[in-house]
Write a protein that binds this ligand. Sequence first.
Ligand code: ADP
Ligand code: ADP
Length: 229
Amino acid sequence: RPVLQVNGVNKIYGNGTVALKGADLTVKQGEFISLLGPSGCGKSTLLRIMAGLGEVTTGTVKWWEQDYDVVGSKGRKLAFVFQNATLMPWARVRKNVRLPLDLEHAGNSEEVEKKIDDALDMVGLKGFDESYPRELSGGMQMRASIARAMVTEPNLLLMDEPFGALDEMTRNKLNDDVLKLWQDNGWTIVFVTHSVYEAVYLSSRVVVMAARPGRIVDDIKIEQPFPRS
Ligand code: ADP
Ligand code: ADP
């Protein structure tokens, strides 16, 4: 069953830039899709439109085969991980991870606290819940932002070059961990990258985009785990 369907989407920005031309993409449950292409080909534009963060010029985006407006914000649970961790610097890690639950007015029952513990545990941050973001390494801050994204158990995780700001070794380690989390938990992920290596190494499907005029030019299935050596 498709989680999300993008059909014939064109996006022209106010200044006349054509960012997407006839984009079609169906995201099925359990897929790990990489959106791959050079800088400026429209990857972020497509991801933002999938997240409901940007308007289409023409075309449709459907969630569970229904219009966004029909499903409403409760029905389309998605999480977005940005290139930077975007943690609240004045709040401890635990409070940062709790944010989406607070926005849902989940309270602080034992069940809610367990969800936070599980999310921190999942990303390897057990024991760091009372730390402030500045006390953590860049990689650990990104881990915290993944925990924050997943604490509400969203149906779809969108990541926009999430580890692009990190050094290569930390990035590789986080990529391995995201791959494992996807394999273990059956998440549905769309991941933006301009690295062929990352796309092939990580995802179950590579959607290739070309610059000018922002078209999807290829769609390749990959058997994971990709042979490592
Ligand atoms: P990518 O993520 O692949 O680098 P983007 O989706 O960010 O590509 O951008 C696609 C094209 O749209 C680029 O030419 C970019 O300059 C342009 N663009 C992106 N955002 C805006 C905006 N808010 N206003 C005008 N042009 C934009
Ligand atoms: P990563 O960010 O991918 O975990 P790092 O090289 O940044 O990798 O850190 C390696 C390990 O060192 C971390 O997993 C963590 O256990 C520990 N570490 C890093 N920074 C700190 C810190 N500020 N306080 C305590 N332990 C830390």
